[in-house]
Structure formats: C-alpha cells, structure tokens
Design a protein around this ligand. Structure first.
Ligand SMILES: O=P(O)(O)OC[C@H]1O[C@H](OP(=O)(O)OP(=O)(O)O)[C@H](O)[C@@H]1O
Ligand SMILES: NC(=O)CC[C@H](N)C(=O)O
Ligand SMILES: [Mg+2]
Length: 503
C-alpha cells in the first residue's frame, strides 16, 4: 500500500537528494529569557538576522507567553522574509523565545523539518533549536521507532525531543540531560520550557554557543555577532559539555558529561562564522587575516595584485596582501542579491549560480599577475569559474591560494561537507588540481599554519586543540551510523581512507 506524504525519505537510503551535495552552511540558534513583555520574539528575530549566514533554507521562532502558552512560526526561506518588518508582539508573544535558522544536514529541506521543534510533554511544552548533527541518529531513530515512536519529521533534531519525552526522570532539566546522554556528535542546543531556557554544548564543544545579557534578560546564540545585533553584552562561551539552565533563580551551570579536552570545529574560523564574531576568545576576522599572512609566508610569489574571492576569502586576502606587500584589489565583485551559497539541485545550475554570484572587475585585472585567495576549495566549482573569468578579464597569470589545507574527508557534525568522491583534493594530486583549475600555481595553507593563525600554537598531534577531521581524517568521536554503514569499522581517531587519495 502506498500513500502520498510530503517527505517519504525516512526509510530510504538517501537522506537527502542524491545530487544535493554542495558544501552547506551551519545552522544558527538563539534564545532570550526574561525580555520585556512580548518583546522576546523580536529580539530573537534580530539575532536570527545576524545568524543568517549560518543557514538560508528556513527559519523559525517559538515563544512562551505567561509561562503557559507556546507560539511557534516556522517558515521556509530567509529571516527577513519571514519575520522582517513585522510586529511580532501579537504573532509570537511572551518574555522568552528561541529561534533557528536552518541548513539541513539530516532530513530534507521542507517545512516539517524546520526548527524550533516543539513537543507537548506531560510537564508542559518544550521547544528546541539545534545546530549540529547527530552521529548516532539512525541508530536512535530505529530504536525509538521500534518502541512505537512516531516521527513527524526526518530531521535528527526531532530525536532529541523523543528522548526527552521518554526519559523516566522526574524533572524537565534531568530529562533533557538524560537525552543528551543518549545522543552523539555535534550539538549546540537552545531550548525553552514554560519556566526555563536551557542551553547545551556537546562534550567536545564542536559547535559554538555563547551567553550574553540584554538588560535583565539572558541571551544564548551561536555567535557573538548575534549578541551585537540584539544589543546584548557578551558574558562568556557556554563551555564544552556544559548545560546552562536559566530561570527565575538565575543561571545554573551543570557539567553532566565526563570531563575531556575541548575540540571546537576549526572550520568556524575558516568559513562559517561571521568575521565580526569572537569564537573561542579570538576574533574571526583577525584569525582569517593571520591565515592570509601565513599563506604569504608559506608561498612567496611575484604578482601585481591580490584578489579575494568574496565574501569569506576577503580577510585572508587582506592579510596576504599586507604580508606580501602586494596591493589588495577587489578584482571580483560579488552580487548582494544572492545568498551565501547559491544552492542548485544540479551541477549545471550550480555552475550557472557561481557565474551569477561573482563578476570579474576588468578595470583592475587587465594585464595583471593575480594572486587569487579563497578560504577553502571544496569541489573546485567556484575556483574554476573564477580563474576563467579572471583570465578572460585580461589577467596574465593566476596563482590560486587556499587559506586552509586540502579538504579530504567528509564531516558528520553539522557541516554538510560532501563525500570524498566529490572533494577535489581527495581525488586529485596537487599537479592534477593545478591543471584542472587552469592556474599557474596552486597552494594550500599548512595545517600548522592554520593552527598558528588561531593563536593556539602548532597542532598538538597527541591532543589536537581543535577538531580538524575534514583535513586530517581524524574524527574526535565514534561515528555510530557511519561505522555501521562501513561494516562496523572504527573511525574515531583514525586516519580514515574511504577512497584512496592520489599522492
Ligand atoms: O570549491 P567549491 O565547491 O566551489 O566551494 C568552495 C567555495 O564555497 C564557499 O563559498 P560560499 O559561496 O559558500 O560562501 P561565501 O560567499 O561566504 O564565500 C567557500 O568560501 C568557497 O568560495
Ligand atoms: N546545520 C545544522 O546545524 C542542521 C541541524 C539539523 N541537523 C538539521 O538538519 O536540521
Ligand atoms: Mg566563498
């Protein structure tokens, strides 16, 4: 028997469209507790605007009114379209609210997967917003479904709600923590119950979460740039493995996991976070500039101009230009009217998208030897288009530099990084890449150069300061679902070779 439902993917092999394998962004989460009457949702909407770069697929806000009623709105599309210029005081009333801006990593892009997700528990409602990806979702899902759970979505985040609902503990915070004990992977969570806001970060702190204050109100957000937009003051990072509970009593910090060293995600510095954010105490802008400076030291080259691939390549190019003493020029102009990643369902339309997003600036490129700087090269689609465009605009030489090392391995913690077969550096040698990208020379920042740029010193190979699995293949956790697919092969801490890399 078959019946039509909007999302029939749960029991299929493909958890997303087979061709939908673009490097995607992250989700953004934020929440406020104790805001003036009916203002919480407007404050959260501001925070979500600032976190738009972390996800452009969908967004939502859930508010709590009078510690009694929950109001939720979930929309496909951008925050501005959903919540901009609107009076939210009636639509989403209350002094507490939580919000989410989504890029899917588990489950397709449609309304039932949009967050915050809400459940009515026996103690009252709970709304949760999740940034990250659970590495044991399929395992938990199979177990819950066999016990009779009925999932309303195909998103991994819903599993957390089921686990909270099924916990035998008495109190909501205990049930929340009970659920955290069952999930694995990367997560930054912000939840609202009738009386409390709860924030949590995974045991390694892979995903970011910061705490702030706005007058008397407490604020949680993925990045400090959201605090700035909301008008809140940064208090501190939520620590790795920490649960913060905010209610009438104030803030309570709980450390429910076995203590271990933090391993935040290095890619927040490379690409995800907004340059004006402070991540793990370091300015993202400064780190990116330093990546560029180190890139210039690692590869010295004669050139006339340094050109960034906007947006995220800009600070590294600035650092490079300053260190190399070569003028920085905006040789590529980026359209303001296209999203950060112009996701298209096919490779052909993706290529067209890259063409629409960036245009060469002939006036500065003509007759010049160009160093082109991007933060990362994933599939190579952006690079090849731009190299051709820069040459067509009259550049005499093009030297391409990536301000991060070669991306060789997929991510399972909230970055929708493609499989190795799609990653250019995983399937080609340096010389092959140079030839395919049609550049005079090609260079990638070393892993130590990247670590140094963060201010953390060189990579400590026995206890790395960050998780850098996309560069090294060393995953900081076990990967239950993936390991099951790989026939039970342990992947944690190992150099994983799913496909052979050409030297
Ligand atoms: O090798 P590729 O598969 O083409 O992917 C790499 C590109 O994707 C990212 O930019 P994106 O367009 O997502 O965002 P940005 O505008 O913030 O740079 C990244 O900064 C690279 O430019
Ligand atoms: N990028 C993310 O953090 C996504 C969150 C969640 N896994 C989802 O797919 O909705
Ligand atoms: Mg880019």
């Amino acid at each position: 028997m078959s019946h039509h439902i909007a999302d029939p993917v749960v029991h299929r092999e493909h958890w997303r469209e087979p061709d939908d394998d673009q490097l995607r962004l992250e989700c953004g989460v934020c929440g406020v507790w104790g805001a003036p009457e009916n203002e919480a949702s407007s404050i959260v909407a501001l925070g979500l605007h600032a976190l738009q770069h972390r996800g452009q697929e969908a967004c939502g806000i859930a508010s709590v009114h009078n510690s009694e009623s929950f109001f939720t709105e979930r929309h496909m599309g951008l925050v501005g379209e959903a919540f901009g210029n609107a009076d939210l005081t009636n639509r989403l009333p209350g002094c507490a609210a939580v919000g989410h801006t989504r890029y899917s990593t588990a489950g397709g892009s449609f309304l039932r997967n949009v967050q915050p997700m809400f459940a009515d528990l026996d103690q009252g409602g709970i709304a949760i917003a999740h940034n990250g990806n659970l590495t044991n979702f399929k395992h938990i899902h199979a177990q819950l479904v066999s016990e009779g759970a009925i999932f309303q979505s195909t998103s991994d985040s819903e599993a957390i709600l089921h686990l909270i609902a099924r916990s035998r503990k008495a109190k909501i915070v205990e049930r929340f923590i009970d659920a955290l004990g069952r999930i694995e992977g990367g997560f930054a969570l912000v939840a609202q119950t009738r009386f409390k806001m709860i924030g949590a970060r995974d045991p390694l702190g892979i995903r970011p979460l910061v705490l702030g204050k706005l007058g008397e109100a407490w604020v949680l957000a993925s990045e400090t740039c959201a605090l700035d937009t909301m008008g809140a003051t940064f208090i501190r990072d939520v620590e790795h493995g920490e649960v913060v509970v905010i209610d009438e009593e104030g803030l309570t910090s709980i450390k429910p996991f076995a203590a271990q060293a933090a391993r935040p995600c290095l890619f927040e510095y490379v690409y995800f976070a907004r340059p004006d954010s402070i991540v793990n105490g370091r300015s993202v802008y400064e780190v990116r500039k330093e990546m560029g400076r180190r890139l210039a030291q690692e590869f010295q080259i004669e050139a006339d101009i340094v050109v960034p691939v906007p947006d995220s390549g800009v600070p590294a190019a600035l650092g490079y230009a300053q260190a190399a003493g070569i003028p920085f020029e905006m040789g590529i102009i980026r359209s303001h009217y296209l999203g950060r990643t112009f996701i298209q369902p096919s490779q052909a339309s993706r290529q067209k998208g890259v063409r629409m997003k960036h245009s060469p600036n002939k006036a500065v490129l003509e007759g010049k030897r160009v160093v082109l700087i991007d933060d990362s090269i994933v599939r190579g689609t952006t690079s090849l288009k731009l190299v051709r465009a820069v040459r067509a605009a009259g550049a005499t030489e093009v030297h391409l530099r990536s301000a991060s090392p070669q991306i060789l391995y997929p991510d399972f913690y909230g970055i929708d990084m493609p499989e190795r077969s799609q990653l250019m550096a995983a399937t080609h040698s340096m010389e092959e890449m140079r030839a395919i990208l049609e550049v005079d020379s090609l260079g990638f920042l070393s892993i130590d150069g990247l670590y140094e740029a963060t201010g953390a010193g060189p990579r400590d190979n026995t206890a790395p300061q960050f998780t850098d699995h996309y560069f090294t293949g060393e995953y900081p956790t076990r990967l239950l679902d993936r390991e099951a697919e790989e026939g039970g092969r342990e992947m944690r801490g190992k150099k994983v070779s799913i496909l052979t890399v050409n030297a």
